[in-house]
Design a protein around this ligand. Structure first.
Ligand SMILES: [Zn+2]
Length: 233
């Protein structure tokens, strides 16, 4: 068997192993696992955002409670002053009324904000619950699929190991220079060898001039000028 024939046999085994490696990489289970992983990560990011929003709301509620109790104290103080020292002229009455109105309006604003914050907080609580449920469900799905995938991966990896070994054995008797050439071509063109088909390159269908055909048939090492493959005559 010529060097090129041996190299061709090696290529057959090498390609078979490569195809399996590709199918492992492109396994639908693996793709789905990657998608689920990204989805779970998004859910976790969303949950973190909601949590920090809820914390900010709790802080705001505390500040509002303090502000409300301060305004209530001021209003009580004002009422006490009115009872103890009733205003004597219309100017003083007007001032008391205006101060009481201001405090009442402030309290009404705070009250409105408290209601608004409560509503937003309960919205976020609900969103947080939903997101947690979704995350748990996705994690369960992920774990189940992971078990299936691990099994599939183990089986295919064992098979791949056998195929790689078989390909390695096919290297026996091949001149290292040919193998180096094969590897170099494989960098940019797979598979790196093509058969001669009706005077054309079996890889890219380019026709060879008769002088080149002659060399190919004589078993010389010829590479296709178009695709770069090594041609087996
Ligand atoms: Zn070609």
């Amino acid at each position: 068997m010529s060097q090129l024939d041996l190299l061709w046999e090696y290529q057959t085994a090498d390609t078979e192993a490569d195809m399996l490696a590709l199918s492992i990489k492109q396994s639908p289970k693996r793709q789905k696992l990657l998608k689920l992983r990204d989805y779970i990560k998004d859910q976790q990011d969303g949950l973190r955002t909601i949590e920090s929003e809820i914390m900010a709301m709790l802080d705001r509620m505390d500040a509002l409670k303090d502000a409300i109790s301060l305004a209530e104290d001021q209003l009580k103080l004002l009422q006490k002053r009115v009872q103890e020292e009733p205003p004597t002229d219309s100017q003083e009455i007007a001032e008391f009324i205006s101060e009481a109105d201001r405090l009442t309006a402030t309290l009404a604003d705070f009250d409105q904000e408290v209601r608004h914050v409560r509503k937003s907080a309960s919205d976020r609580d609900r969103r947080q619950r939903d997101a947690k449920l979704r995350a748990i469900k996705s994690k369960e799905e992920f774990d189940e699929l992971r078990v299936e995938y691990d099994l599939e991966y183990k089986e295919k990896s064992q098979l791949l190991e056998q195929l790689r070994k078989k390909a390695e054995e096919k290297k026996q008797g091949i001149d290292p220079a040919y193998l180096a050439k094969y590897t170099a071509i494989k960098e940019h063109c797979t598979p790196p060898m093509a058969k001669l088909v009706d005077g054309q390159c079996g890889g890219c269908n380019m026709s060879f001039p008769s002088s080149v055909l002659h060399k190919i048939r004589a078993g010389q090492q010829i590479e296709c000028e178009t695709c770069g493959r090594l041609i087996l005559g």
